[in-house]
Each structure stands twice: as C-alpha cells, then as structure tokens.
Design a protein around this ligand. Structure first.
Ligand SMILES: [Zn+2]
Length: 169
C-alpha cells in the first residue's frame, strides 16, 4: 500500500526529529566501554568551556517513596528521583570531577563543565552519596580521593560502617 504524501511527510518529520536528537548526542559526547570492572564511561566529543551545559540528563521519574536504591538514580527536588537513560546512566563518579550536576528543569538534571574540558576527556561528577551499608569503594584515582563514593560529610560514617563490616567477616 502506498503512503499518502501527507502521511509520509508526517512520518518523515518524526524520523527527522529523532535523528536530530541522536545527532546532538553524537556530536557532543560519546559512550566508551572501558571493559571489565570499569564498565562504561561518557567522554567529551568536543571541547567544553567552564560553565557550559554538557548534556541534559533525562529519564524516568520515581517517587522517593518507591525508590529502591538503584545506584544510578539521582535525587531531584520535591521527593522525586530521576533514573537516567543513556548516556546519563554511564557518567562515572570522581572525587575531583570536571563536571557538576545541577537540576535544570523540574524533571531533568544537567551536567555542567567545571573547567575547560578537552575532547576525549572522560566526563564525571561527584555522586556525593550518603554512607551505604555496603562498601561503595572509589577508584577514581584523584589525588584527594575519599576512598568511597560518598559525600565529604559522610566519610566518617562510612569508615565506621567499613570497620564494622570487617569485624563481621
Ligand atoms: Zn575517589
């Protein structure tokens, strides 16, 4: 069956719209698989200047009451969590990051460049998790690495939990 001209035009506009979005991501950032334990990371495909919005992070919204502690979920205002889609889900933590995570709209976060970022650099932000009952070891390699993927104010608590876990073994 032949599509009508009008229908074809409409479908094409949908395709173009999607393509435009993909192209936007391809031009600015790319996902690279380090392999093994390191997993995936997101890299700059071009230079970013300090304060520049690198990507907007979108995803599924989860009410805080139903949040089950997925490691990728990000906290939003008003008791909502954002479960980011790719590439947002693959951005790694660093204790000395080159990006900041800020809320840009009611339902999205943004990754903002903290410093000059050259093309080919891995993008990361400080997850600042609360201390966890499990051990979220950090291997970011930063000079001032806190040892765990937790916020500065959570390090003491994390040390206690780690010591307790050691004894239990
Ligand atoms: Zn670290």
């Amino acid at each position: 069956m032949e599509l009508s001209k009008k229908r074809r035009k409409k479908l094409q506009s949908v395709v173009d719209q999607d393509y435009g979005y993909r192209r936007y991501e391809d031009r600015d950032v790319y996902v690279y698989d380090h392999g093994g334990k390191l997993g995936c990371g997101v890299f700059a495909a071009r230079q970013f200047l300090p304060g520049e919005l690198v990507i907007e992070i979108k995803g599924q919204l989860i009410p805080a009451a139903e949040y089950d502690g997925s490691t990728y979920a990000m906290h939003l205002e008003d008791d909502w969590y954002l479960e980011p889609v790719i590439p947002g889900a693959f951005i790694n933590h660093s204790c000395s990051p080159n990006c900041d995570l800020v809320q840009v709209t009611a339902t999205t976060n943004g990754l903002i460049a903290r410093c000059n970022i050259e093309a080919g650099t891995e993008l990361c932000f400080d997850y600042q998790w609360d201390a966890q009952w499990w051990i979220p070891r950090c291997r970011c390699g930063a000079r001032d690495c806190r040892g765990w993927v937790v916020g500065e104010d959570q390090v003491k608590k994390m040390k206690k939990i780690a010591a307790r876990n050691k004894k239990a073994k």
